[in-house]
Design a protein around this ligand. Structure first.
Ligand SMILES: [Zn+2]
Length: 247
């Protein structure tokens, strides 16, 4: 009984503190898992309107793998295989999305003259822990930038590696824009990729996509280490029946 009372007391406190908790910048909320996406689970039962409750910043894709999502400053954008950039409507569904309320905890200059590998080394050196997920925002200019978007998939879905084999790729020059993304530790590799995963949108909203490579010019990097991770699992038959492996 004491436990029940304690619990109800805790609940009341949580309700009072609700709005503050809802915008805790140290929480990453992810819908589905990398392994589920790799297995070809491209239709989610989650909308970006719902995901926006968990963040003003994030990356993701769309049902039928129909484009890349990049979100920051409370606005979410879609880049499709034809290169068209559009703002995401709240009723648009996703099979995989990662969101956070971004906090500029650690900020440093974007190193110039760096390709993706060199930039990754610099970013690694700013990690406060090799075991905690991090959200990352980069604003700046880029001499070159290679971005991609997947092609809309039809049922029956191929595994991700095959689906991405003929994705749309664009080589861009003299770019100025924003990148949103995440880095996950290796121990969470079934949940999300242990790499610097960045999605780009140009300042004029004309081009964007998943960042494949780049050559940096100048800008600013912000990191938001996020020790709290919430996974929202799909509530559909495809997820329930998928073989996501055993340890
Ligand atoms: Zn991506």
């Amino acid at each position: 009984m004491a436990n029940a009372l304690l619990r109800s007391g805790t609940l009341a406190l949580a309700l009072i503190a609700g709005p503050a908790l809802a915008h805790d910048p140290d929480v990453i909320t992810q819908y589905s898992t990398l392994d589920a996406l790799k297995a070809g689970l491209y239709d989610g039962d989650m909308t970006y309107g719902e995901m926006a409750e968990y963040g003003d910043f994030g990356v993701g894709t769309f049902n039928a793998l129909d484009g890349e999502m990049v979100g920051f400053d409370g606005r979410f954008w879609r880049i499709t295989e034809d290169g068209v950039v559009s703002e995401v409507t709240p009723d648009t569904e996703t099979p995989f999305a990662v969101m956070t309320f971004f906090d500029h905890d650690i900020t440093f200059d974007l190193p110039g003259g760096s390709d993706f590998a060199a930039l990754s080394e610099v970013l690694n050196s700013h990690l406060t822990s090799a075991n905690t997920p991090v959200a990352i925002m980069i604003t700046g200019s880029f001499d070159t930038l290679t971005v991609r978007a997947p092609r809309h998939q039809d049922q029956p879905y191929l595994p991700l590696a095959e689906a991405l084999a003929d994705q749309a790729v664009w080589d861009l020059t003299n770019q100025s824009g924003t990148m949103a993304g995440y880095w996950f530790p290796a121990w969470l590799g079934n949940i999300n990729a242990p790499v610097w995963h960045l999605h780009y949108l140009s300042d004029d909203h004309s081009v964007g996509g998943h960042v494949v490579d780049l050559m940096t010019d100048s800008g600013s990097v912000s990191l938001d280490p996020s020790p709290d991770l919430t996974i929202l699992m799909p509530r559909n038959a495809a997820f329930d029946e998928a073989d996501l492996g055993t340890p």
